[in-house]
Ligand binder design. Structure first.
Ligand code: 0A1
Ligand code: ZN
Length: 876
């Protein structure tokens, strides 16, 4: 599985490919244990790569080589060499046809990279380096080729799909059948896809703005055919949106999506043939929650948008991953914001970034959005590359404004269409289209860590002048260069004593984007009679931490008055964080815990404010998760965090019980289900009220929960009730609810995944024993990443209290699972280990146990590159 010594790859070592592949003809004869692959490549020496004819190096992993021929002549063994990484072939002419035959074993391929089987269906996953598990090839994104693919299979696999257009199909003499597909667009091997199975499909059409008709198909196993409607609607919305907002039209006559149950990530943007994790495409009102509906819309959009930002313009090398991912996440976030509540989408994205990306940036795997080295590229499909990458693109949008940003993106697509580009190319397009200088902005691409802005202010009553002093710094890790000052857009407003926005400048604006470029900078505003209150980093205009000495009173004022919805929520988070910090301190020093009455009243005001968007009320009421509190602390005391948060939650629940009940009851109208923004918002608040009520652990509250569980008409309400019961119900009621739910839904894979996840994230004591039983439950499958994420990921990432037990039992259990899983699926194992790699931030007792668990993994030996990289970087 592992190379003798895992090698580090560096961006600075990039070289253009020695050979180009003008066309790639593939022929597959599908057999579960012995699939035959024949490839015919038209190869040419790259004129940009220098003189001479160096050996042709092809990547290849886990392949059985059968034969190699050049221009029709079988190569003698002396002319090539097989290595651990692939093939090295001696070359004596600048242009030739290379024909290779090899065999692979899809059935035993549990890594889910390359060609594998999922419930009897053949499917592929080639990003980033999976194509080398199919055949020998220059498996790098800057080698772009036109693909033709023939698939031969038994007729019990009636559907045979690949990229592009189907140009031929028919029966073979031996009773099998075949189909041939041709993709007119040159593409790198990571965008190749093949699917063969017994599938059904729903079909629709989309007329592009230039009047072409595109056939749209979603393929799935027959039992799921009723769950495709929402994805199809989302796809059509995404296609229109990309035409309107970016002027980008779809370019083939057919666009296909296939749902598969076994998939390492969310979905994959293969040209014309997107492959999706079933959980990210299939939904029905009875079986999917509101968040599943929204996740599907955004991922369908994401993969579709890649057709331009990723496929038409791809990445030169994997260090440039954020070029396609950061840009595409920004595009899908804006799409979702346009389709739903913009403020709530922003709050959700920023919560994810602050809780998880900030932690990544402060941890042992910290890297810039354009990393400069890696051992295993799969480990760099991270929140930093995706989410922080999207924030960097968003900052460009903020700095340039909508029109100029669009001019820049138009130029980028025009200049680089059909080629492999770099992050630098993207910035250059933005600069050249708008005659601006982004030299300093470029540091965002090369510098890791979360910048900190210290803000102080002063007011001169005599002159009416108000000034803001902003200092920036960026914590660096031992192995990183010193940080350089970044170019940071800070959108601000200044509130007067009545809570209204003041006019900031002669133009009459009430908001301004301050451009911070210096280590320390002063911004001045005049014309004030009284000192205003700053509303900083509106809409979270940069991925930074802002420190300003707000008092509790000022935060409550902002929570009530800020015209920036995001900052209203942010004020509530700061307030909650302040209270939780105080509670932690009191707990540690043995003092009685108490919540400030003003804080309770501020929450009450929000709860009863019927003029506010209910989804926003829900977001404000929800206390920061333990994980996000942990991220904000320099030293994590897990026990104190749990005690403080539980206390705050229960105190609020008890104090606000009448109002919670009132709002719950008013929102509990039995409307037919629809996943529209208004109804989602109402359900969100209703179920937030329900979970608070449950936290009182009073009989009448738990009866309401039980009743909702029994009568819910949709999965959002049903899952919310089950979750509240699991966390707060009496043991017998919990057991029977869990059983009842399973009996009802055991044949629905997506609901079973939800059911597993709710149990493993339960904060109840003794849950580890239940989890050890769950992994023996018939519904659990160690080879299915969704099940692993639900049970083991649910425990390690979403069960702060039980995972951080002081005896280290949670860490040792996960470490054991990682070692076992590494033999099956290294990518999934490497993700599961992450929660125990942040040991340096924990107080001594837990820190030592985490280290011990990590050492155990390292000592087990024979690790994959994936797990080796994550564990070794965190332990050294
Ligand atoms: N490009 C896909 C993400 C993806 C990456 C790797 C995969 O397999 C290991 C699968 C999908 C996206 O951004 O959606
Ligand atoms: Zn993507």
């Amino acid at each position: 599985m592992q190379d003798a010594q895992p090698k580090t790859i560096y961006l600075k070592d990039y070289q253009v490919p020695d050979y180009l592949v003008d066309s790639t003809d593939l022929h597959f004869e599908l057999e579960p244990k012995a699939t035959l692959v024949k490839s015919q490549l038209k190869i040419r020496r790259n004129p940009k790569a220098g003189q001479g004819l160096p050996p042709l190096l092809l990547d290849g992993v886990d392949l059985e080589l059968l034969s190699i021929a050049i221009d029709g002549s079988i190569l003698p063994e002396v002319s090539y060499q097989e290595t651990l990484q692939g093939l090295s072939i001696l070359v004596d002419k600048p242009e030739f046809i290379l024909e290779i035959h090899n065999r692979i074993n899809p059935e035993d391929n549990t890594s889910l990279e390359g060609l594998y089987l999922s419930n009897g269906m053949y499917c592929t996953q080639c990003e980033a380096e999976g194509f080398r598990k199919i055949t020998f090839y220059p498996d790098r994104p800057d080698v772009m080729s036109k693909f033709t693919t023939t698939i031969v299979a038994p007729k019990d696999h009636p559907v045979l799909l690949s990229n592009g257009n189907q140009i031929d199909f028919g029966d073979c003499e031996d009773g099998r059948h075949f189909a041939t597909w041709e993709d007119p667009f040159a593409k790198p091997s990571y965008l190749f896809a093949l699917v063969a199975g017994n599938l059904e499909n729903v079909e629709d059409t989309f007329a592009t703005s230039s009047g072409r008709e595109v056939k749209l198909q979603i393929f799935t196993e027959a039992k799921n055919i009723g769950k495709c409607e929402h994805a199809m609607r989302s796809l059509k919305k995404a296609m229109s949106w990309d035409e309107e907002v970016y002027g980008r039209e779809y370019d083939l006559d057919i666009f296909m999506i296939v749902a598969v149950d076994h998939f390492n990530m969310g979905a994959m943007e293969n040209k014309g043939l997107n492959i999706f994790n079933s959980a990210c495409v299939l939904a029905s009102p009875e079986t999917a929650t509101d968040s599943a509906f929204q996740r599907i819309e955004s991922i369908v959009g994401h993969e579709y948008f890649h057709n331009w930002s990723g496929n038409r313009v791809t990445c030169r090398d994997w260090f440039q991953l954020s070029l396609k991912e950061g840009f595409t996440v920004f595009r899908d976030a804006e799409f979702s914001a346009d389709m739903n509540s913009r403020a709530v989408k922003r709050i959700e994205d920023v919560s994810l970034l602050r809780t998880n990306q900030f932690a990544e940036d402060a941890g042992p795997m910290s890297h810039p959005i354009r990393p400069d080295s890696y051992i295993e590229i799969s480990n760099f499909y991270t929140l930093t590359v995706y989410e922080k990458g999207a924030e960097v693109v968003r900052m460009l949008h903020t700095l340039l404004g909508k029109e100029k940003f669009r001019k820049g993106s138009d130029l980028y697509f025009e200049r680089h269409d059909g080629s492999a580009a770099t992050c630098e190319d993207f910035i250059l397009s933005m600069e050249d289209a708008n005659q601006v200088n982004l030299t300093q902005f470029r540091h965002w691409y090369s510098q890791a860590g979360t910048p900190i802005l210290e803000v102080t202010d002063s007011f001169d009553q005599a002159t009416g002048r108000y000034s803001l002093k902003v200092s920036q710094s960026c914590p660096t890790r031992a192995n990183q260069d010193q940080s350089l000052p970044l170019h940071i857009p800070i959108k601000i407003g200044l509130l007067d004593v009545d809570g209204n926005d003041s006019i900031l400048n002669n133009g009459g604006d009430i908001e301004e984007v301050l451009e911070v470029t210096q280590p320390e900078q002063l911004f001045e505003f005049s014309g004030f009679r009284k000192k205003p209150l700053p509303s900083l980093l509106r809409d979270f205009s940069a991925p930074v931490k802002v420190r300003y000495p707000y008092t509790g009173k000022q935060l409550i004022f902002l929570m009530r008055n800020d015209s920036d919805t995001f900052n209203r929520w942010d004020a509530s988070q700061r307030l909650a964080f302040m209270a939780l910090t105080q509670l932690q301190q009191d707990y540690r020093s043995g003092e009685a815990l108490q919540l400030q009455p003003e804080l309770i009243e501020a929450y009450r005001d929000v709860l009863i404010d019927s003029t506010l968007d209910p989804a926003l009320v829900a977001e404000i009421l929800r206390l920061p998760s333990e994980q996000s509190v942990a991220e904000m602390n320099d030293l994590i005391d897990a026990e104190a965090i749990v005690v403080a948060r539980d206390f705050a939650l229960k105190t609020l629940a008890t104090a606000l019980a009448p109002e919670l009940l009132q709002r719950y009851t008013a929102l509990d109208h039995q409307k037919p289900y629809s996943p529209n923004a208004k109804d989602i918002a109402e359900r969100s608040l209703k179920n937030t009220c329900l979970s608070y009520l449950a936290a009182t652990e009073k009989d009448d509250a738990l009866n309401i929960v039980q009743k909702q569980f029994e009568t819910a008409g949709n999965m959002t309400d049903s899952a919310a009730a089950l979750s509240a019961l699991i966390n707060y119900g009496s043991a017998p009621k919990v057991d029977s609810a869990i059983q009842e739910f399973y009996q009802r839904w055991k044949d629905d894979t997506q609901v079973v995944e939800l059911w597993l996840g709710l149990q493993s994230s339960s904060a109840r004591n003794g849950i580890l024993a239940n989890i050890k039983n769950l992994i023996k439950h018939p519904s659990f499958e160690i080879k299915n990443p969704n099940k692993v994420r639900a049970v083991l990921g649910g425990f390690a990432n979403r069960n702060f209290k039980q995972f951080h037990k002081e005896d280290g039992s949670g860490f040792f259990f996960i470490a054991e699972q990682v070692v076992m899983l590494d033999k099956i699926n290294p990518q999934i194992a490497a993700r599961l280990v992450v929660p125990i790699t942040r040991w340096q931030k924990y107080s001594d007792d837990l820190s030592g146990k985490m280290r011990e668990a990590l050492q155990g993994i390292l000592d087990s030996g024979g690790l994959s590159k994936d797990v080796f990289e994550v564990v070794s970087k965190s332990i050294n």
